[in-house]
Each structure stands twice: as C-alpha cells, then as structure tokens.
Write a protein that binds this ligand. Structure first.
Ligand code: B12
Length: 219
C-alpha cells in the first residue's frame, strides 16, 4: 500500500462511499503515516466535498453524509496519531465553534493535536454563545480560548468574544486564537485575536508560542 491508496481515501470520501473507513484501517494496518492518512486522505476528501457543494453538484444532505463519514474515519485514525515527545504539561485550552456554527470536525482535530502535544483541552461543542467561552475559560482556569468559525456569517462572532474579554479586563488572563475554513490571518488581526492558524499542526505551534510569550512556558 502506498500514497495512491491514501489519495483513494480522499476520492472515496468525496464519493460518499463507506469503503473509505475500511481503506483507512487497511492503510494504518499497512504502516502508512497516520498524519498523511488524515491530511492527504480524509481532510482532502472533505475539501473535495466542499468544492462539489460550491459547484452545486452536492447539497446539504451530501455535506452531512460526508461529515459523518469523515468523522468515522477520524475516530479510526486518532489512536494512531503520534504523541508529542515532551513530557512537560502545556497550558489549558477551551475550544469550540462560535455561536451559529455547527462545524465541529476542524476544531475537533485541533483539540486532539493539542492534547497529544500535552495541553489540557476542554471541548465546548458547537454553537457556543460568546459569553459561554469566557465562563468556561474562567471555570477551567484556561490560558487560551480557541474559536472555530467556518461560515462568513459566523466569523464576526469571534469579534464578540475578543471584545467581551477586553471589556471585562481579562485580556492578560486569556489569549484568544481562531481558525476555520473561511478565516485567515488578516481577519484574525482585524478582530483583535491573539493568533490564527490554518490547521491543527500549526495551531499547536501557535499555542505553544503563546504559552512561551505570555505565560512563561518553554517554547
Ligand atoms: C462537512 C461540512 C459541513 C457539515 C459539518 C459536519 C461537522 N460535524 O462538522 C454540515 C452538514 C453540518 C455543514 C453545514 C453547513 N455548511 Co458546511 N461544510 C462542510 C465542509 C465540506 C467540510 C468542513 C470540514 O469539516 N472540513 C475539514 C476540516 C478538517 O477543515 P479544515 O478547515 O481543514 O480544519 C482545519 C482549520 O480550519 C483549522 N481550524 C479549525 N478550527 C480551528 C480553531 C482554532 C482555534 C484554530 C487555531 C484552528 C482551527 O484546523 C483544522 C484542522 O487542521 C466545508 C468545506 C470546506 N472547504 O471546509 C463546508 C463549508 C464550510 N460549509 C458551508 C456551508 C455554506 C454550510 C451551510 C450553510 C449549508 C446550508 N445550506 O445549510 C451549513 C451551515 C451549518 C452551520 N450553521 O454551521 C460553506 C461555507 C461557505 C461560507 N463562505 O460561509 C463551506 C466552505 C462549503 C462551500 N465550499 O461552500 N457543513
């Protein structure tokens, strides 16, 4: 088995074919890199579904089936992902999808990678009210609040959380990072967030850098 089989996973997911999950298992059993199976297989497949949706070849039903299929595949891959070598505990993160947003696959991957890198992570779910992020951050004594937004209509809700944190004078206590399909560094800067990352791997680097710069942890 090789990289072609991983590319085939992306095709099967884009075709909404259940056999994707079996091929994921076979690739892992054959010793292929689980990070590549995730990134070049499952996430690529979801990207293709997004393109088909945009081209009006797929509709909401297909997005839902594709989302479920991807989640099944991710559950198979998760136990195989490599743990960070460092034993030292990193900071505490609360993370979820902002108000109005139901996309949880992306931030779920971020949460998993952060956990593997030694962070204590609390997943707050989807459609999380702006104040609920802050209340959870207080309750869990978090260092970082992670906001996930996938829709042009929900991205502005990230700004609410940033503003509430500032208005409450909590900006030194909680640092805010954001991400999600339709976000970018520019939007993050514009909203006053403390950082943005395009994917789960870079989210780990971002959060580690924030811990080093603001909470005195080794980077
Ligand atoms: C699957 C899917 C769904 C599923 C979600 C299932 C689930 N359990 O999550 C369902 C069916 C619910 C859905 C619904 C809708 N969706 Co949808 N969906 C998708 C799709 C195909 C994949 C999303 C996904 O999970 N990708 C996989 C992950 C891994 O994505 P990722 O971006 O690579 O994730 C990384 C980064 O974003 C980053 N990251 C993510 N979160 C965070 C957080 C932090 C703190 C950090 C640092 C980083 C970070 O790290 C992640 C991991 O590496 C996308 C297409 C796309 N290109 O994204 C459309 C897409 C996001 N959806 C879209 C739309 C329009 C909708 C609907 C409005 C459709 C409708 N007519 O009802 C609804 C809205 C529902 C709602 N209120 O949220 C549009 C958004 C367009 C826009 N400009 O706003 C997209 C882009 C499709 C398209 N091309 O048109 N969707």
């Amino acid at each position: 088995m090789d990289q072609n089989d991983i590319a085939e996973i992306a095709e099967l997911i884009a075709d909404l074919d259940d056999e994707a999950a079996e091929l994921v298992q076979e690739c892992l059993d054959a010793g292929l890199d689980p990070v590549s199976v995730l990134k070049d297989g499952v996430v690529k497949g979801l990207e293709k579904i997004g393109q088909l949706f945009e081209a009006k070849e797929y509709f909401l039903a297909e997005l839902m089936v594709g989302g479920e299929l991807a989640e099944n595949c991710i559950n198979i891959i998760n136990p195989h992902l490599p743990k960070s070598a460092e034993g030292e505990r990193q900071g505490v993160v609360v993370i979820g999808a902002v108000s109005g947003d139901l996309h949880d696959i992306g931030y779920g991957l971020v949460a998993k990678q952060l956990e593997l890198a030694g962070f204590e992570v609390h997943q707050l779910g989807v459609n999380v009210d702006s104040m609920a992020f802050i209340n959870a951050a207080k309750e869990k004594k978090a260092n970082i609040i992670g906001l996930s937004a996938f829709l042009v209509t929900t991205i502005p809700n990230c700004r609410d959380v940033v503003n509430y944190v500032r208005d409450m004078g909590l900006q030194d206590q909680f640092k805010i990072v954001m991400g999600g399909a339709e976000t970018n560094q520019e939007k993050s800067d514009m909203m006053g967030a403390d950082g943005w990352a395009p994917n789960a791997m870079e989210a780990v680097t971002l959060c580690k850098n924030i811990m080093a710069a603001h909470f005195g942890r080794a980077a």
